[in-house]
Design a protein around this ligand. Sequence first.
Ligand code: FAD
Length: 367
Amino acid sequence: MDYDVVIAGAGPAGCAAAYDLCVNKRRVLLLDRYEFPREKACAGGLTPKTLKALRYSVEPVIKRVCDRMLIGKDMRQKVLLKSRYSICAMTIRSQFDAFCLEKTLKRAAFFHVVKTIERIDETDTHVDVHTDKGTIRAKYLIGADGVNSKVRKLTDAFNKIKKGFAIEGILPMDGTKSAEMEFNFDGAISGYCWVFPKNDHMNVGLYSSLGSEKLSKQKLFRFVKRRFGGDTVDRINGYPIGIGGWDYVPRKHRTVLVGDAAGLADPLLGEGVFYAVKSGQMAAAAVDRVLPEEAGVGPVYNDLISGIKRDLLVCYQTSQWFYQYPGAGYAAMTFFPSKCALVKGFAMGWTLGRIIKQSYRLPFKKI
Ligand SMILES: Cc1cc2nc3c(=O)[nH]c(=O)nc-3n(C[C@H](O)[C@H](O)[C@H](O)COP(=O)(O)OP(=O)(O)OC[C@H]3O[C@@H](n4cnc5c(N)ncnc54)[C@H](O)[C@@H]3O)c2cc1C
């Protein structure tokens, strides 16, 4: 056998899984289509719960820490929410991913670049992954290859995937421009417009929970024009986000999906790095548990991710009414008790689903 585990995709989900498996002395191969650093469409915002979930500090790649956020609606109303603690750490995604991969390789994971995964054969004893560079044999396979996952397609592992969509661009930051983190809910796109300030530029973008049909470059230009008065946006890039994972049930004996490949991003805000890291770690824990007997990994992994799936379902149900009635959604978010709950929950590293369901359990004191 070449490896204990082969992991397709070296993004946050794949690296999180590989890191934990290597800590437990498993022989792990990470595959990716690119050498790192590589570009990935992403605003690079890491919530406190993501920083808490990661096994190492990512301080060297943090550009700015935000403890305030502006929440607006249709560019008119705006409320500034403040916290004593960090609400979001801003990174450049290509740097963050390269940093995580470097940390993982230091734990003795192997890394190969393959351009295509052509076929996957799962037997009772192993999985063969056929690539353009040859065949790799391992006891288990983790599909961490993102929203358009080849592993998902080739193994027919999950056909209920849904796709949100986000389009982003870069604006240089000068003294005249806002440096607040901002979410502006826009009734026209079933989602929101964001501003994420870094050190020398802002990442601006649009998210839609309904996929790409409501988003366009023109809408991004319009947002930037209305918000900042200018119309230059550099490096525009759009990409889907994997959602719908509350319906994912791993059925394969030796193959599981993690992160966006399994639709495990939050449909309300499109946050995916946290769920990618957590599901990667859970897949590693599941493989570790079954590896001595070489038992099926699916049911154990499904048990471990059941909390994530419940959480994402709450976010999905909330997104349904939130984006249908954006006025009411905005009012609910900025109404005194809920705006405090939002900031406290974020700062404490709670998931959005938990904030929505259990805000009554948040501490009374100011955070
Ligand atoms: C514009 C935009 C902004 C976003 N902003 C944020 C944000 O601020 N914060 C946040 O938490 N989330 C954000 N997200 C969501 C987040 O980017 C994803 O949820 C997250 O990247 C999922 O991580 P992953 O490891 O599952 O997949 P990915 O990050 O997509 O990683 C998959 C990896 O697999 C590799 N791969 C793909 N196909 C193959 C193949 N056939 N063989 C081998 N390797 C392959 C890819 O090269 C990649 O390295 C944003 C998304 C978009 C589109």
